[in-house]
Design a protein around this ligand. Sequence first.
Ligand SMILES: Nc1ncnc2c1ncn2[C@@H]1O[C@H](COP(=O)(O)OP(=O)(O)O)[C@@H](O)[C@H]1O
Ligand SMILES: [Mg+2]
Length: 278
Amino acid sequence: MIRIQNLNKTYKSTQALINVNFQVNKGELFAFLGPNGAGKTTTIRILTGLSKLDSGLVMLNGFNLEHPGIESRRQCGLVPQSINLDRELSVIENLNIHCRLFRMTKEQSASRIDELLDYVEMSDRKKTLVKNLSGGMKRRLMIARALLHSPAILFLDEPTVGLDAAMRRKIWALIRKIQQHETTIFLTTHYIEEAQFLAGRVAFIDNGAIVVVDTPESLMKQKGTWALDRLKEDDMETLFFNDRNQANDYIAAHKDSFTLRRVNLEDSFLALTGKKIQ
Ligand SMILES: Nc1ncnc2c1ncn2[C@@H]1O[C@H](COP(=O)(O)OP(=O)(O)O)[C@@H](O)[C@H]1O
Ligand SMILES: [Mg+2]
């Protein structure tokens, strides 16, 4: 479905992607997790035909993206990082523009718009101007828009950035629902929980390079199951245990104040890169 080999991309003085290799299978939910500036958006821009690659092989559903064209773009639905809806137009007008871009007929457009507004629970907002929608609704509308032409792969660039916890969960449920309809999903995030909760497999990306690709479970297991945070003078120290009783024994034997929690992907990222994501 997506195959990337030795991909490189440089902007003037910044090497944004360095020898990137990975593969995404059909129907998979694959996440790119990394800090700001890691190269996540650059990867999505190349995959969706918006930026040119410098070198390497990028295959998307059989299309070679050295020369992206309308047919390769048709395979992709993109929800960009920043909101790019037309604020002065209504919900339905925004969706209609997209349908026209993809040369859908009036009948096709009307039924697909109804179907997708229902899907993202916004059927009652057809006539609302985008500038009057909440942040969460704008995101959901962008997701609906990206799905209008029934793409094989949906790209979500930081889909919940700036949203509160409740809306974030609602978007997660929507992403899960989309995947159940057999759409392949490629998402980027700098939220640990998002990758941990949604991704079948996750790639850690740091400074333009892939650090590791694996399932969240397997990445977390490498550290143990339980993490014990201890506040040191000006920093946090974390100890790892496979067994909860061992962790509790450790707490009982020491006077410090501890927080016991499950190991998460941040622990794995820190172990592999020496830095935190956020
Ligand atoms: N258009 C651009 N011109 C110059 N540098 C860029 C441009 N876009 C991104 N970069 C740089 O490339 C690196 C990767 O950026 P980006 O892919 O946006 O990272 P992320 O999405 O992970 O935050 C960063 O160092 C960023 O400053
Ligand atoms: Mg980005």
